[in-house]
Design a protein around this ligand. Structure first.
Ligand code: 5AD
Ligand code: SF4
Length: 410
């Protein structure tokens, strides 16, 4: 979501005459879009500010701007800690943020000068689009509802217009984003209807979406994914834990059995569905037995991809008040065990893909090597040319390289 917000902000700033640069030495302005989901994300942002402060000495115009969840959560405290920070703003209204940034960067003697803004490169073939902001779920460990506020679906027609605009400008894959896309609702239009409408856009090849909440992923949606050709057969479905006791304290509102049934249903109804997940280890009170339940579930379900996180206590959340009894060493140990298991499964799954034919969308080219993605979201590299970009092909998988695949176009 942050990547998507950053892209939107960049586009607005470009229309104001900003210039995107890819080297910090060329930049007048650095905008840090921050995350608060774990303490580590915030620490990374702090240490980044520490590292870039010195550019102020090299360039007197150099401005540091902090936006996003951490700015929302800590506000002025960030400026107190780092006097080098020029502006701190949450992310409620991107247009307003853009205006404030432009005002801050325009001084009387350089009003018309182009401001160079440091930004990461982003693909034009595949784009993100936020469809719902905020979250009402209040999982007991999660800071999101406190920094992003309650759920708010974005106006349906605005989304459709945006999709058409993107496709006219060469985008071929759109990933719909929301903390819980399943809750999308705008004047009677639910997520399934939105997907169907977007799938009818000519020249759009692929649609992806994330994140789903297991309690809200209904049959209607599963059937739409199964029947609409353009919707990638990939479901990101955070499990978090397989211990019913822990799931209850996490306020996830499903049991492990519910989760398992959902996985079975997805695998039955959607051919070759790729299921990925998130897991938290070391949640307060997680015993060795709870942990083993989760480990066994990982072995049983065999996710196509897994993100494993060490529990990080976040202020304001319910779980923050529960004594954090799992030690850091223990969290690290559990984290590593699940990670190793998940990597082992990943290697097995990917190895089995050798010799298979995969439908891929070509996104980028570098030195005659095309970077593409399978329906399940895995990267495939093959020899090609720039005419391949934006088109879909069948490739035969020849070799495996850690997390990516090498293939030949058929
Ligand atoms: N500690 C660790 N992981 C967390 N997540 C959310 N909050 C926390 C936290 N306090 C993880 C969840 C979520 C993913 C985006 O981040 O697994 O699905
Ligand atoms: Fe956080 Fe739960 Fe909402 Fe996801 S569903 S953003 S984990 S509160």
């Amino acid at each position: 979501m942050n990547a998507c917000d950053s892209d939107t902000l960049s586009s607005i700033l470009l229309t104001y005459g900003a210039l995107r640069v890819y080297n910090l030495l060329d930049a007048d302005v650095v905008i840090l879009n921050t995350c608060s989901v774990r303490t580590q994300s915030e620490q990374k942002a702090f240490s980044y500010i520490g590292r870039i402060e010195k550019f102020k000495r090299l360039n007197s115009n150099f401005k540091i701007i902090v936006i996003g969840c951490m700015a929302e959560r800590l506000g002025y405290k960030i400026k107190k800690r780092f006097s080098s920070v020029d502006l701190v703003m949450g992310l409620n209204d991107i247009n307003n943020i853009a205006l404030k940034i432009i005002n801050l960067c325009s001084t009387s003697d350089d009003d018309n000068s182009v401001k160079k803004i440091f930004d990461s490169k982003s693909s034009v073939i595949s784009r993100y689009m936020i469809i719902i902001r905020g979250c009402n779920n209040y999982c007991s460990y999660c800071v999101v509802p406190f920094v992003r506020g309650i759920e708010k679906s974005i106006e349906y027609q605005l989304l459709i217009d945006k999709c058409y605009f993107m496709v006219e400008n060469g985008v071929r894959e759109i990933t719909l984003l929301g903390q819980n896309v399943n809750s999308y609702r705008y004047k009677g239009i639910n997520f399934s209807l939105l997907l169907k409408k977007i799938a009818s856009i000519k020249n759009l090849s692929r649609i992806r979406f994330m994140t789903n909440h297991p309690k809200d992923l209904d049959d209607e949606l599963i059937n739409v994914v199964a029947s609409e050709q353009k919707i990638c057969h990939h479901i990101h479905l955070p499990m978090q834990s397989a211990s019913n006791r822990i799931l209850e304290v996490m306020n996830r509102k499903y049991t492990y059995e519910d989760y398992l049934n959902l996985v079975t249903k997805l695998r039955t109804v959607i051919p070759n569905v790729s299921i990925t997940s998130d897991i938290i280890v070391g949640f307060p009170g997680e015993t060795e037995k709870d942990f083993n339940d989760t480990l066994n579930a990982v072995k049983k379900i065999r996710f196509d991809g897994l993100y494993v996180f060490k529990y990080s206590p976040r202020p304001n959340t319910i779980a923050y008040k529960i004594p954090d009894i799992v030690t850091l060493e223990e969290k690290k140990r559990r984290h590593l065990i699940i990670l190793n298991e998940s990597n082992k499964i990943s290697v097995e799954i990917v190895s089995k893909m050798i010799g298979s034919v995969q439908r891929v969308l070509a996104e980028k080219i570098n030195d005659g090597i095309v970077e593409s993605k399978t329906v399940g979201g895995r990267k495939v590299f093959f020899k090609g040319n720039k005419n391949h970009i934006g088109n879909t092909f069948n490739v035969i998988i020849k070799a495996v390289k850690i997390n990516s695949l090498l293939g030949d176009i058929i």
